[in-house]
Design a protein around this ligand. Structure first.
Ligand SMILES: Cc1cc2nc3c(=O)[nH]c(=O)nc-3n(C[C@H](O)[C@H](O)[C@H](O)COP(=O)(O)OP(=O)(O)OC[C@H]3O[C@@H](n4cnc5c(N)ncnc54)[C@H](O)[C@@H]3O)c2cc1C
Length: 422
């Protein structure tokens, strides 16, 4: 088949690679002058930076397989460690290696900053989730789901985990999706919960190796080409006038809604109705700052907006440089990027007392307004199938996961199967 892939984010790259593997003649159209979409490295005020700090986990099976397929080596490019949600004072939850259920129980029992009552309450609730097959009420939020948990467990674990995984505050986030993430990450096979932190620029993980792989495999890549029209043409489709047997639409949801409007107004309405949550990343140069882990959780509230800090020096980047991440950043964005950066700098000074942060300075700050869709209860996401020979891919497409790299990669694989079923 002649197959067009519109968009070269991780979903589009996944679709293009799998379509090539299936023997199709692939043509990729990408609006930007580089592939990678939201998960790529870009040039900023202070040189090349990732579009935002990304975390992968051991459960990202299709993502890791895709990286291997295009010649990127996950073992070299990602630093694997046990999942740890630890604070600057060393308190927090660390999951030891081994079978996930006993590891979770041991991890919780060892979390001495919680009282016995708090630890047992968490274990009891986790047992209830497991016994119910990790299925939740469709209309419930994470706050509803966890209403019986003690405030300390909510504050130290549920709230930061919910923001990290769903990029949506727990009083708005879908309990159903949260439970699915817990099931596949914390309670799946050994290693599924492991943290995999990039220790190379984000583009080296997929965008660069995948575009080289596609070129070597004979695919056509049209970068800097924003597709303007998608129309039905005989038994196939025309993309800006070029004929194809099948099309995978892996653009952003907004662009997909625009292109599909004349073909399916209901699909287009679902894609257009998604709401978004921003993420702000603030990079600080602070040579005096020493973190115990590459990723450290932070106490946060309106005045202390960042939930996590990443030690980029420990991850193969510039020594003494730290990425502070503000997820669910709508309020922070309202304050403005410079006020948020100043708040993050003050937060760092308070969180790491005695770390000589007086010379620390903000070196860059970025806001991604539409970082992910808001993962709310009962959300209507657009389906993968649009029409015969036309399928959608992207982290926003209907699936069990929130907006993640793994969701995007899986949607690309599904879309090729759907589109080639013409
Ligand atoms: C700051 C930040 C932090 C994140 N952190 C994490 C994390 O820690 N872990 C995680 O798993 N996920 C994280 N995510 C989410 C992850 O980046 C996304 O889920 C993933 O990159 C989505 O890939 P995609 O291919 O679906 O969409 P996109 O990356 O948005 O790709 C869509 C592509 O289509 C192109 N396009 C749009 N319209 C057209 C058109 N008309 N013609 C041609 N091309 C077009 C765009 O230019 C873009 O390249 C984060 C996202 C952000 C922004």
């Amino acid at each position: 088949m002649r197959m067009a892939v519109i968009g070269a984010g991780w979903a589009g790259l996944s679709a293009a690679v799998h379509a090539c593997q299936a023997g199709h003649a692939v043509h990729v159209f990408e609006m930007a002058h580089h592939a990678g979409g939201r998960a790529r490295s870009t040039m900023g005020n202070a040189g090349s930076r990732d579009n935002g700090q990304h975390i992968l986990i051991g459960a990202y099976a299709e993502t890791l397989a895709l990286m291997r397929l295009v010649g990127a080596e996950p073992d070299r490019l990602l630093r694997r460690s046990a999942l740890a949600l630890c604070y600057p004072d060393g308190s927090g939850l660390t999951l030891p290696a081994g079978h996930p259920v006993p590891a979770f129980v041991r991890g919780v029992l060892r979390a001495r900053h919680w009282t016995w009552r708090e630890r047992l309450a968490l274990l009891g609730e986790a047992l209830r989730w497991r016994l119910s097959g990790f299925r939740g009420d469709d209309a419930a939020t994470v706050a509803d789901l966890c209403a019986k948990l003690p405030p300390a467990v909510l504050r130290d674990l549920v709230e930061p985990l919910c923001l990290a995984a769903l990029n949506t505050p727990m009083d708005k986030a879908s309990a159903q999706v949260f439970l699915r993430v817990l099931k596949d990450a914390l309670f799946a096979g050994p290693g599924a919960a492991d943290l995999l932190l990039p220790c190379a620029p984000l583009s080296a993980l997929l965008a660069d190796p995948a575009t080289s792989w596609l070129s070597r495999s004979g695919a056509t890549l049209s970068l800097g080409h924003r597709v303007q029209s998608l129309t039905s043409a005989g038994h196939g489709w025309a993309v800006d006038g070029l004929r194809f047997d099948a099309v995978v639409l892996a653009s952003t949801a907004r662009e997909a809604a625009r292109l599909i409007q004349p073909i399916s107004s209901s699909w287009s309405a679902d894609a257009f109705s998604l709401r978004y949550e921003p993420i702000v990343t603030v990079w600080l140069r602070a040579p005096g700052l020493k973190c115990r882990q590459a990723m450290t959780a932070l106490r946060f509230d309106a005045a202390r907006p960042a939930q996590f800090v990443f030690d980029l020096g420990a991850l193969g980047g510039a020594r003494g440089t730290f990425a502070f991440v503000v997820s669910g950043a709508a309020d922070a964005l309202q304050q403005g990027l410079s006020a948020t950066s100043a708040a993050v700098r003050a937060q760092a000074e308070a969180a790491f007392p005695g770390h000589f942060l007086d010379s620390a300075c903000v070196v860059d700050a970025r806001a991604e307004r539409r970082a992910t869709f808001a993962c709310t209860p009962g959300l209507r996401r657009p389906a993968g199938h649009i029409a015969r020979g036309l399928a959608a891919a992207g982290d926003h497409v209907l699936g069990p996961y929130p907006a993640t790299l793994e969701g995007a990669v899986r949607s690309g694989i599904n879309a090729v199967a759907l589109a080639s079923n013409a």
